[in-house]
Design a protein around this ligand. Structure first.
Ligand code: HEM
Length: 581
């Protein structure tokens, strides 16, 4: 099997060879071949390659301008970069991903060029926007004008396959249709799953804190959401909360790699695959050339498949053993996977759908919980106010019902503020099908033209922090801005709800948004009944994950597909009953 890089090379080879071959042919046809010194003949033939590329680039620029003129619109400003193929821009993207404050380079370009600009890498346009009206157009009002597209599928294919995140049109409708019934009120209002797994997670947390060591809360949250998600979606609890939790590196208490449980190995490999897949975006269209020898995503996937395949096979087996009348009568009791198996037995579709659901439902929720803990650790006043709301409602041991979860106004504001500052999905990609028009960014200006078949990126994280949209204190963490009694709410959010989009919007909006809120709310209620103080544990944070920036977040948040904390989120907590831990 050829590598992804070689396949790409074979695809573009005819285009690369066309100019030298046709020049050589032309030189022969006009009789210059015999008269030219042979090396010069070869040199001229090959010189036609860069010349041909320049012509193609100029031609496509000309076409874009013509499209914009026809629509009486303007193209977004281009990030200035005089290096060939915008190498500086590419390096800035890679450097920011590896070493920088998330999106700082994009913020700087937005300061220079405005909220929409053309982030061109390797001669390929990518319109980047943080403008609510543009994001609304992509996601909702001009939904049919944009798609994930073939580029996205190619880039994320080895990771997401044919799952819901990676497809368009009919296949997307199939996945969406199959998934939607699992998010009805009847199904999501059963809180037993949250209760079971959060009890176990809190028991592990208490155990660890009593041992005197700090805990990586991100790790705990990701185990909790993995066990919950596999249970809820596939009817199997993979029991990742039963493994040995990681200790601070300096303690030398960690188990060797060889002792990883299948669930731990899955989490590590999947995260490595996500990082490798999202790294590709930073190299523009030529990323496959860096994977000539091997697919850098696929190399992690065999461990991932080892974990997922038995779950899928068990569901296929269960389905085979079910009588036809049983299948028809008990749809309500089926898990997502059991239901899916009744519609297709294709192992690739089943595996991809399963993995996509895990990406959707696990990583996002795990980061929401982790970022909430970070916000509370850094803002003791918010923590204390939140505890008061929780204790007033349920006392130190009461358990919320489904209705109760939605009545906790301050907790909802805390979750919203957390997702404003650190949205679990901070950036997204689409592609225009036809030339599209976006609203001008200032009154009196012409609309903006997005040429046909152009990549488009938008960042809700950057939009969520815009001072012109959220007020002068947009950089500050303050849940009050989400309370309808707060004047910032009336002034900014109420008249323009599209400025807050942690779950996206429109027909492809997150299916699990309510589950996300409920799960995090339930967990935080239970945690804060038991815990009265939370503090970061910088001594336990791996040194390479301590940020180099000053005056901002004290832990390193970054993103592959979803946000995560590099090196984890190490914290200590104090129990409310006064016992050590
Ligand atoms: C804090 C929690 C969550 C956040 C912030 C979040 C955010 C998002 C976002 C931004 C998208 C759009 C992705 C795109 O267009 O590329 C999305 C899609 C999706 N989410 Fe969530 N999500 C969360 C929790 C969940 C949960 C718990 C589930 C399921 C158990 C879920 C299921 C889905 C599905 C199935 C889609 C795909 C929708 C489609 O393409 O039609 N999400 N989510």
């Amino acid at each position: 099997m050829l590598s992804i890089g070689v396949r790409y090379l074979l695809r573009i080879l005819p285009i690369l060879l066309l100019p030298p071959i046709s020049t050589a042919y032309l030189l022969s046809a006009i009789g210059l071949r015999e008269r030219l010194y042979a090396p010069l003949y070869v040199f001229i033939s090959f010189l036609s390659l860069p010349c041909g590329l320049v012509l193609i680039v100029q031609w496509s620029d000309y076409c874009d301008k013509r499209q914009a003129r026809k629509l009486d619109a303007v193209l977004p400003p281009r990030v200035k970069d005089s290096t060939i193929g915008s190498r500086n821009t590419m390096h800035s993207m890679i450097d920011n991903f590896q070493n920088g404050y998330f999106g700082e380079n994009l913020t700087e370009w937005a300061r220079l060029y405005g909220p929409v600009f053309n982030l061109r890498i390797m001669f390929e346009n990518r319109m980047f926007t943080t403008e609510p009206e543009h994001i609304k157009s992509i996601l909702s009002t001009n939904f049919n004008g944009f798609e994930k597209g073939s580029h996205f599928r190619f880039q994320f294919g080895s990771l997401l396959g044919t799952g819901i995140f990676n497809v368009d049109d009919e296949l997307w409708k199939f996945h969406r249709g199959i998934s939607r019934p699992f998010f009805t009120k009847e199904r999501i209002s059963n809180l037993q799953g949250y209760a079971r797994h959060s009890d176990r997670a809190l028991a592990r947390l208490t155990e660890r804190l009593q041992s005197g060591y700090a805990i990586d809360f991100q790790d705990l949250a990701s185990r909790y959401t993995l066990d919950w998600a596999t249970d809820f979606l596939f009817g199997v609890n993979v029991g990742s909360l039963e493994s040995i939790l990681p200790y601070p590196a300096a303690s030398r208490m960690n188990a060797p790699q060889s002792m990883l449980t299948p669930a731990d190995a899955f989490v590590q490999s999947f995260s490595a695959a996500e990082t490798a897949a999202s790294m590709r975006t930073r190299f523009g269209p030529v990323w496959p050339l860096l994977e000539l020898r091997r697919d850098k995503v696929k190399q992690h996937m065999s461990v991932v498949y080892d974990f997922v395949d038995p779950i899928v096979r068990a569901a296929v087996e269960r389905n085979r053993n079910r009588e036809p009348e049983q299948k028809a009568s008990n749809e309500e009791e089926l898990t997502f996977l059991d239901y899916l198996v009744q519609h297709t037995q294709d192992m690739t579709i089943l595996r991809d759908a399963t993995l996509n659901m895990l990406v959707a439902g696990r990583d996002t929720n795990s980061f929401l919980l982790s970022a909430s803990i970070y916000g509370l650790a850094e803002n003791p006043y918010v923590l204390s106010r939140l505890r008061t709301e929780i204790l007033d409602a349920f006392g130190p041991t009461g358990t919320p019902t489904f209705q109760d979860l939605r009545a906790l106004k301050y907790l909802r504001a805390v979750l919203n503020e957390t997702m404003r500052m650190w949205p679990p999905v901070p950036i997204n990609i689409r592609k225009s099908k036809e030339a599209a028009l976006w609203a001008p960014v200032a009154p009196g200006q012409k609309p903006i033209c997005v040429p046909a078949r152009t990549k488009v990126s938008f960042s809700v994280l950057l939009m969520h922090r815009r001072k012109d949209l959220w007020g002068p204190d947009a950089d500050k963490y303050d849940p009050d801005r989400f309370l309808d009694t707060d004047e910032r709410y009336t002034k900014y959010l109420a008249p323009n709800p599209y400025i807050f989009l942690p779950f996206n919007g429109g027909p492809r909006m997150c299916l699990g948004s309510e589950v996300g809120y409920d799960q995090a709310t339930f967990f935080l209620v239970k945690l804060l009944q038991a815990v009265s103080e939370i503090a970061l544990a910088p001594d336990a944070q791996p040194p390479e994950s301590v940020p180099t920036w000053k005056g901002r977040e004290k832990v390193w948040f970054t993103s592959h597909i979803n946000m995560y904390y590099k090196g984890g989120l190490w914290v200590r907590m104090k129990r409310a009953d006064g016992m050590e831990g």
